[in-house]
Design a protein around this ligand. Structure first.
Ligand code: SF4
Ligand code: SF4
Length: 111
């Protein structure tokens, strides 16, 4: 269920080495809008956008699950260790005290 896009990186055009000798043209060009958008859509799960799903796809705790396009923590499986809160690159997981003890919950709107 990985959503990592393994397509190749879009590189900007470059002036050929022989042409570089002929003038002062900028060596590295720019991506077209379409290619820039395609490059931006390649997900590398860096965790910076707040929808990285690293906790589900990389972290490995069985308490995490996806439902209705949202990430949840199964309170039956969570032992309240707090490691996921340390792991989340966006600080979107925070401890929450419940009657039966401590559990952690994802902050809903960002993930
Ligand atoms: S809770 Fe944290 S690790 Fe999980 S998807 Fe959201 S930002 Fe990523
Ligand atoms: S606190 Fe986080 S890492 Fe620890 S068991 Fe619960 S969900 Fe998993």
């Amino acid at each position: 269920m990985s959503r990592v896009d393994r397509s190749s990186r879009h590189h900007p055009p470059e002036v050929s080495p022989s042409s570089r000798l002929a003038g002062f043209e900028e060596v590295v060009g720019v991506l077209t809008e379409a290619r820039a958008r395609a490059e931006a859509e390649r997900c590398m799960i860096c965790g910076q956008c707040g929808k990285c799903r690293s906790c589900v796809e990389l972290f490995g705790c069985p308490a995490f699950y996806l439902k209705d396009r949202r990430i949840h923590i199964d309170s039956e499986l969570c032992v309240g260790c707090g490691v996921c809160a340390e792991f989340c690159p966006n600080g979107a997981i925070e401890p929450r005290v419940v009657s039966s003890g401590a559990e952690l919950s994802t902050l809903d709107s960002r993930s």
